[in-house]
Design a protein around this ligand. Sequence first.
Ligand SMILES: Cc1cc2nc3c(=O)[nH]c(=O)nc-3n(C[C@H](O)[C@H](O)[C@H](O)COP(=O)(O)OP(=O)(O)OC[C@H]3O[C@@H](n4cnc5c(N)ncnc54)[C@H](O)[C@@H]3O)c2cc1C
Length: 346
Amino acid sequence: MSAVVVVGAGIVGSSVAYHLARQGVPVTLLEQGPAPASGVTRDSFAWIGEAGGHWPGGAEDLRPYVLADHRRLEAELPGVTVRRTGSLHWADGPARDLRPRPGQFIVGRSDIAALEPNLREPPGQALHTPSDAGVDPAGLAHALVAAARAHGATVLHGTAVSAVRVTGGRVDGVLSSTGFHPAATVVLTAGTDVTALCEPLGVDLAVTASPATLARITAPPGLVKTIVARPDFEVREVRDGDLVMVVPYVEGATAPPEAAAHVALRQLRKTFRGSDQCLLSGCRTARRPMPAHGPVIGYATRDRSVYVAVMHSAVRLAPTVGRLVADELATGRPAPELRRCRPRAH
Ligand SMILES: Cc1cc2nc3c(=O)[nH]c(=O)nc-3n(C[C@H](O)[C@H](O)[C@H](O)COP(=O)(O)OP(=O)(O)OC[C@H]3O[C@@H](n4cnc5c(N)ncnc54)[C@H](O)[C@@H]3O)c2cc1C
């Protein structure tokens, strides 16, 4: 019997499986899609950093470890590269709305022009976060799963879990499209689907699905140097000549997401010199798991047979979360860093 079955090979499940396998814990990772990162992870903007951004609930306690854990994975996993470009953020409103936190700096027009030499009209002021970076989210998930396998994990794709099975009042595994998989502990890392898998267990996680649109653009290499966040789009280069852009998602809009992507592309062309050749190569709207009160990580049932890990900004958090969850499951000792992330409903 596999000690731990992990359901869902997005960035969270891949990280949990890797860190468990690395500790020698027998683990089986089940993914309904044909490969890791079949869910929202593949469409992530994948901006990582510690200084700026939102850190709801217990996420704040994970903040100090984010960059170190990404650096560690970069060293541990072949082919994983963190693009350390820094970020520039500016708003339409007055510059006083930009409030630097430790590790962030207000920079003026000439510094902005030096950081982003292709900007047609650099703004007067922007927030610069030198430590911000980006990763290839699907590449990272694939590398984590490959390394989990190398450490002895069993990985099954095309395996959709329909239910957590309860026998004699205790969870003993999961039912799936490839049959029953026994487990002493089931870890649910199925993103937005965690809610439905928990419901029959009487566990309400208050996780909603929040749509967001990612556009992929082919561009001259080096057109965008940093991560640029403006009120109407965010853009960064993922590899030479390939950009990703977060495009505003309009709730209830009748036009397809490509329409919004074309509007953002026009804005990109207005913003960057030399961008006339930029072309839209793809665009998808994906549903991000969005817990109401920050990350939800911990045992969901009293008998400690079902464990959940679901959060927003999971690309940023997954290396740290995977490490802490695996420690907790392997040693039985609660991780103090996860104290404020515990599921509320038991
Ligand atoms: C446009 C956009 C921009 C974003 N920008 C950022 C950013 O800059 N930084 C950041 O950190 N985050 C960002 N995010 C959010 C981030 O992508 C998510 O928080 C993260 O990918 C969630 O990972 P996950 O592993 O929880 O979920 P998922 O990636 O959805 O993984 C869940 C996996 O479980 C599988 N699964 C589901 N149900 C079952 C089942 N019943 N049986 C078996 N398998 C199942 C799915 O197929 C999927 O592979 C962004 C998202 C979007 C869409």
